[in-house]
Design a protein around this ligand. Sequence first.
Ligand code: IMP
Length: 198
Amino acid sequence: MPNNHGICFVSHNRNKLVEIRQLVPDGFDIYGLEELGLTEEIPETGNTIEENSALKAQYVYDRYKIACFADDTGLEIDALGGDPGVYSARYAGPANNSVKNMELVLKNMEGEENRKARFKTVITFIDKHGQHHSFEGIVQGQILRAPKGTKGFGYDPIFQPVGYKKTFAEMTLEEKNRISHRSKSFNKFFSYLNSVDE
Ligand code: IMP
């Protein structure tokens, strides 16, 4: 495996960068947009999670021609036709307010018997040659009728994964990471990185 492969993570979120650096295989150097000097917001104008993750990575590749990756996550609820999906962060309005987003989901699902839902993360990695590689992680579950638990973030208190009696918000970070959409997609991505010898 090559040493010190620099890969840009297309995100302004420093916490995510720190987390991902701890998980990435040895020999890969993950750096953020700050290190590139890119401060502007990258437009997320896609209609799907796949499109948005590809758009974000392509934006950086077009400008710098470097290896980079972006991730995008959404909660897809069958009874809501796949919503909030790509709009998960801003379902109840432009501000990212988790409580309001969850309240709106619960309101829109009042009286609904079909509670099936899934979290989906898509990572798009663009290699130094401009080739796209995508890695998907899905966790199936159901939307409860009221929030339960205080850990985690976003929609965690109303999402109960299949096979569990507790929500993501009642799990420790370790428990959640063992089964989560995000860790599944990142594990696939990192196995891929480990397997390529450019
Ligand atoms: P992002 O693409 O990772 O920024 O995620 C978009 C939105 O999806 C977030 O603002 C959250 O509302 C929601 N979300 C993403 N991952 C999770 C999760 O693990 N639990 C709960 N909500 C999540």
